[in-house]
Design a protein around this ligand. Structure first.
Ligand SMILES: [Zn+2]
Length: 446
């Protein structure tokens, strides 16, 4: 099912609660269920995954340049004591990103686009700040964490031990979770702490904000890739200037006499190796759901699911996915798909006044997100003693090959609750049986 897992996305863009903060005041990392060691562990695994996918620059002088620039920033007190590592990727797009616990990647295009060394340092400092403030695992904590205290939102059903599962998340599902879009609040924080790091290292912090603003202005419509994951919080120069007023006065440098030479080396890099195509999911899906059940409960519904399933989503039940861990896959573009399992949510029809109309509307919106989807007619069934509709669909599986789906719509309040069961065609019989058992147990809150 290529329907995007919007729950995780929405949770992530909700971002960090950001109480008013005086410029210059300390910033503390937010809610996090990972330990700092787990940040490092998760980041290392994700980094190894990335190294397999990208074209690392082979020019030793350039690689050393980025590493020594990074180390100078990482040595500042505000960077914290993470094992930072800096890698230059041969990619003409303007981008940089950080993984939890220290790995930081810079695209060669970013060095080309910068006016001076302080601007490159600015981006690195901003990325270091995301690491030091633990924004990646903060977001992952909110979105989808296992075995956490009941009070924490995000995970609805966990399995196994927390540590081993988190490590797995870093390598699979979590990789994209950790690399999704930061919130504007997180961006503001990363700018502020980045400014401090630059101040401590002697680079002019305003260059960081100025570079971001120039990029934003020059980029026009689409914008450099950087802003896809680092949304512009607005007024960056002003905000950084306010931070600077809180720091002791200092002479800054825009730095780097060999910056021009480095830019020339970047210009002389060979064309990037073709990026590895979207990987197929590493693990095959579970063929048979385990017998026995556990209860998945949200404010919107209650349902028994197989005992080896996990569930992610929000406690209100507006958007939940469930399946065996290896049934939920990332598509390599920052989205999570249900390869084997069920996606559940609520749909408020735009025009339709009855269940039939609502189901039709929902079906066409699903098809607009995946045009390859073919649906059979709607069939009346009973769920929880109430009339519901069911339709069989076929699409393509994130595991490769054809996929079977079952869409069930159940009236709920002013709209419908929907369930989309998905499995590769060859695994469908097992999932279909499980789906029927799940539907029998489904209780929808009105
Ligand atoms: Zn950022």
């Amino acid at each position: 099912m290529t329907i995007r897992h919007f729950a995780i996305f929405t949770l992530i863009v909700l971002g960090i609660s950001c109480a008013a903060r005086q410029p210059g005041a300390a910033i503390k990392p937010g809610f996090n269920v990972y330990s700092k060691d787990q940040d490092v562990q998760v980041g290392r695994q994700a980094s190894a995954e990335i190294m397999r996918q990208v074209d690392v620059v082979q020019d030793g002088a350039l690689q050393d340049y980025v590493k020594s620039l990074g180390r100078r920033l990482a040595a500042t007190p505000s960077a914290g004591d993470y094992p930072y590592e800096f890698t230059l990727i041969n990619d003409p797009s303007i981008n940089a990103f950080a993984l939890p616990g220290g790995p930081i990647f810079v695209h060669s295009g970013l060095i080309r686009a910068a006016e001076n060394e302080a601007q490159v340092a600015g981006v690195l400092a901003h990325e270091i700040a995301h690491v030091a403030l633990r924004h990646g695992t903060n977001q992952a904590s909110k979105a989808s964490i296992l075995q956490i205290p009941a009070a924490a939102a995000g995970i609805l059903l966990g399995d196994g031990s927390a540590t081993s599962q988190m490590a797995q998340m870093g390598a699979g599902l979590g990789l994209n979770l950790l690399m999704l879009k930061y919130s504007r609040g997180a961006e503001t924080q990363a700018d502020a702490l980045g400014a401090k790091i630059l101040h401590e290292s002697g680079y002019n912090p305003v260059e960081m904000a100025r570079f971001f603003e120039t990029l934003e202005k020059e980029s026009g419509g689409g914008g450099p890739q950087f802003f896809a994951s680092h949304p512009n919080p607005g007024n960056r120069v002003k905000a950084v200037e306010a931070e600077l007023r809180a720091f002791p006065q200092k002479q800054y440098t825009a730095g780097g006499s060999n910056f021009g030479a480095m830019q020339q080396r970047v210009a002389g890099l060979p064309a990037p190796r073709k990026p590895v195509q979207q990987q197929q999911a590493a693990a095959p899906p579970q063929r048979q759901p385990a017998s026995g059940g556990r209860t998945l409960q949200t404010q919107a519904f209650r349902m028994a699911v197989p005992s080896d399933w996990v569930a992610y989503g929000d406690r209100s039940g507006t958007s939940v996915v469930a399946g065996p861990r290896n049934g939920l896959v990332s598509d390599g573009r920052g989205q999570v798909q249900v390869g084997y399992g069920v996606l559940m949510g609520q749909y408020r029809p735009r025009r339709a006044r009855n269940l039939q109309g609502a189901a039709q509307e929902l079906l066409s919106s699903l098809r607009s997100s995946d045009p390859s989807l073919q649906a059979s007619g709607l069939r009346q069934i009973q769920v929880n003693g109430r009339p519901a509709l069911m339709t069989q669909m076929r699409g393509s599986s994130p595991f490769g090959g054809p996929e079977n789906n079952l869409l069930v719509t159940v009236p709920q309040g002013n709209g419908v609750m929907f369930l989309v069961f998905a499995a590769p065609e060859r695994d469908w019989p097992g999932l279909e049986r499980a789906a029927m058992t799940m539907l029998e147990s489904l209780q929808v809150a009105q």
